[in-house]
Design a protein around this ligand. Structure first.
Ligand code: DC
Length: 231
């Protein structure tokens, strides 16, 4: 069983931001969402929550049949609150437990699985029903919200991405060496780009932005020019 809570938000468009880890999606998504008065939807948190529940249950997250059985007994509630994608799994709020390196690695594995992606599709689409969201992830423009009003794909060079993740991880209390982070990013990029189910790639109608040498404000200004009715 699955379902997703809806919280009040300003009505409006669905906007998507995809790209690899560390390209600046979360920062850009939250800045753009505040500028527009929209809710910010971190779809990666859903994959992380599925990974978390598999680890908690001791289920092998690379075993599709075991994952399918597990998901049949999981209730997932999602709510978008003040810039946070809050996730409650079987009644337990797991939001604060999703950023550890172990969960990141498991999330990358569960995201390969068509069963998991299929299960998460309606959960994600429900959040877009009322509009007024900036969704960020890997396939939000290609797969989850193909009719989004504006789609962006952010990129940045590997060194910039590793440095950003290093800062994020340190702030979250999970310091990792930058070399380790680089290696993990490379592995996750390879997983995300080569998987058969919804691989990481820009939608045909996405605007591609390289954020390596741009400030957040510059990225947001650039995006605003592409949002219908906002330039
Ligand atoms: O953005 P993130 O690092 O929190 O994402 C966690 C994992 O989930 C990552 O390996 C990519 C995957 N993911 C995905 O496959 N599709 C999405 N829409 C979002 C995330």
């Amino acid at each position: 069983m699955e379902n997703g809570g809806e919280s009040a938000r300003r009505p409006g468009l669905v906007i998507t931001i995809d790209g690899p880890a560390g390209a600046g999606k979360s920062t850009a998504a939250s800045a753009l969402a505040s500028r527009l008065g929209y809710a910010c939807f971190d779809t990666g948190a859903l994959y992380r929550a599925v990974a978390w529940v598999a680890r908690r249950a001791g289920v092998d997250e690379s075993d599709p049949a075991a994952m399918e059985t597990l998901l049949a007994s999981v209730e997932m509630r999602v709510s978008l609150e003040r810039g946070v994608t809050r996730i409650v799994m079987n009644g337990e709020d797991v939001t604060a437990q999703l950023r550890s390196p172990a969960v990141s690695q498991s999330a990358s594995a569960v995201a390969q699985m068509p069963q998991v992606r299929r299960w998460l599709l309606p959960v994600q689409r429900r959040q877009g029903r009322a509009g007024g969201i900036v969704a960020e992830g890997r396939d939000t423009g290609t797969c989850v919200f193909p009719d989004a009003a504006a789609k962006f794909f952010l990129e940045a060079d590997l060194d910039t991405r590793a440095a950003r993740r290093h800062q994020e991880a340190s702030r979250a209390g999970h310091p990792e060496r930058q070399g380790e982070i680089r290696r993990h990013i490379r592995e996750r990029d390879a997983n995300d780009q080569s998987r058969r189910a919804a691989p990481l790639k820009p939608a045909a109608d996405a605007v591609v932005i390289d954020t390596s040498s741009l400030t957040v404000d510059q990225v947001v200004e650039n995006m605003m020019e592409w949002i219908p009715g906002r330039s």
